[in-house]
Design a protein around this ligand. Structure first.
Ligand code: DX5
Ligand code: ZN
Length: 220
């Protein structure tokens, strides 16, 4: 699959979200980090903002739910217009039911794993998901240092996905920049979240092009 770049608006100006979405016309997705101060020690935004942002941009929204009760809330993000809704395996009590609900509402269903969560126990769920998100920092904050310790898991996930038909997208999130994206791509990731590396750059469009080129080079 072609490389996809999903800029995280966590690093954007929250007072000007529509403008910040318009500033990255070459993005494949807009990554929206929903944090509830329970699953992670930070608080960001929720459904009303996702609904408003969906109306303000044509770029599909890639909602990453870092919340304690995704079974209750995830379907509502699909209803709010998200193109992709990702729940955390560590938080979901009924992941199969919730992933199926997300899909039945027309969104892509994603499953996220924290850096210390092994991927093998989730192999049987691969048929239920459209994307696997492997966190490459501890979730909660942008601008953290990339955790190389996760790379063997990215390789392992790519292997398991291959065994199940290769249909599932493999996303990495956290500390992805020009210096780390090639390692992620070589390990098998194909969807790249980048917050500070895009919105912290003086030219976000050029930053996306550079990230895409670096990842594509690494796999060609
Ligand atoms: C962290 C979030 C990330 C974050 C990435 O919990 O899930 O999406 O915005 O930010 P950077 O790219 O700055 O590490
Ligand atoms: Zn995220």
């Amino acid at each position: 699959m072609a490389v996809q770049i999903s800029p995280s608006i966590l690093a954007a100006d929250f007072a000007r979200l529509a403008d910040e979405a318009a500033a990255v016309p070459n993005a494949d997705w807009l990554h929206v980090d929903v944090m509830d101060y329970h699953f992670v020690p930070n608080l960001t935004l929720g459904l009303p903002v996702v609904e408003a942002l969906h109306k303000a941009t044509a770029t599909p929204l890639d909602c990453h739910l870092m919340i304690a009760d995704p079974d209750r809330w995830a379907p509502q993000y699909a209803e709010a217009g998200a193109g992709s809704v990702t729940i955390h395996a560590e938080a979901a009590k009924a992941p199969i039911r919730t992933l199926r609900e997300i899909r039945s509402l027309g969104a892509r269903a994603g499953l996220a794993l924290n850096p210390a969560t092994a991927v093998d126990p989730y192999e049987d769920l691969l048929g239920e998901v459209d994307m696997l998100l492997l966190m490459t920092v501890e979730p909660g904050f942008g601008g953290q240092k990339f955790l190389d310790v996760v790379l063997p898991k990215v390789r392992r996930a790519r292997e398991l996905i291959g065994r199940h038909g290769g249909r599932v997208w493999l996303q990495v999130d956290g500390g992805v920049d020009a210096g780390t994206i090639e390692r992620c791509a070589e390990a098998g990731a194909d969807v790249f979240v980048a917050g500070s590396a895009v919105y912290g750059a003086s030219d976000p469009v050029a930053a996306i092009d550079e990230l895409r080129a670096a990842a594509s080079r690494a796999v060609s």
